[in-house]
Design a protein around this ligand. Structure first.
Ligand SMILES: N[C@@H](CCC(=O)N[C@@H](CS)C(=O)NCC(=O)O)C(=O)O
Length: 202
């Protein structure tokens, strides 16, 4: 299996860290969807990351679909999403918040860095920033309710940590960092985990 994409994408990073925790054999091909478009196009004309090239050559896209597939390759006790309710419901809640935070942070970053200044639409950016802070508030509440443990990472807690790191690196100006002490503390702990250290934000 080959995971394509750079670790500055929170979606790629959540898959890379998950692959490591699931202890699956895989290779990383860190192509950029912007700088390496010609090579990327040859592999996947959709030019989206993460892209997973399965062992039979089939392409999978979308981090959650990729993770759904990967979880089926390992025994139940090694999976990162709990099977039983209500733990699965709580984990899906956390994953959904992390994905929303990633999406809004990526949109804010693209708006401010890809779009020419004269074409930026301030009301759109304000809306995205409000949504981003909404997701951060709910992630903060989630961490306070379900105290995460770094030696028991699951898909929710790892994705929340990956989302916060991306926000801190790429969208910090859109969030009130002081408002999210649990997120900052959890990020510090998670980033010290060997799987996070092996696939650092790049
Ligand atoms: N829902 C997707 C989002 C993936 C996504 O937005 N990837 C971005 C990079 S962070 C991308 O491929 N951007 C290039 C583009 O959309 O043109 C997932 O979970 O994988």
């Amino acid at each position: 299996m080959q995971l394509i994409g750079m670790l500055d994408s929170p979606y790629v990073r959540r898959v890379a860290i998950s692959l490591q925790l699931l202890e699956l054999p895989w290779q990383h091909l860190p192509l950029s969807v912007f700088r390496n478009m010609p090579e990327f196009r040859q592999i996947n004309p959709v030019i989206k990351v993460p892209t997973l090239v399965c062992d039979d050559g089939e392409l999978l896209m979308d981090s959650s679909l990729i993770l759904d597939y990967l979880e089926r390759l390992v025994p139940a006790e090694r999976r990162l999403l709990p099977e039983a309710l209500p733990a699965r419901q709580h984990a899906l809640h956390g994953v959904g918040l992390a994905l929303a935070a990633m999406e809004k942070a990526v949109q804010a970053y693209y708006e401010c860095n890809l779009r020419p200044a004269e074409a930026r639409h301030a009301p759109w950016l304000e809306r995205v920033a409000e949504q981003l802070n909404g997701a951060c508030t709910l992630m903060e509440n989630h961490l306070q309710r379900h105290a995460p443990q770094v030696d028991k990472l699951d898909q929710a807690t790892l994705s929340i940590a990956v989302a916060w790191r991306f926000i801190a690196e790429r969208a910090a100006e859109h969030v009130a960092a002081d408002a999210y002490p649990a997120l900052r503390a959890w990020s510090r702990q998670a980033e010290a985990h060997p799987a996070f250290l092996a696939f650092p934000f790049d």
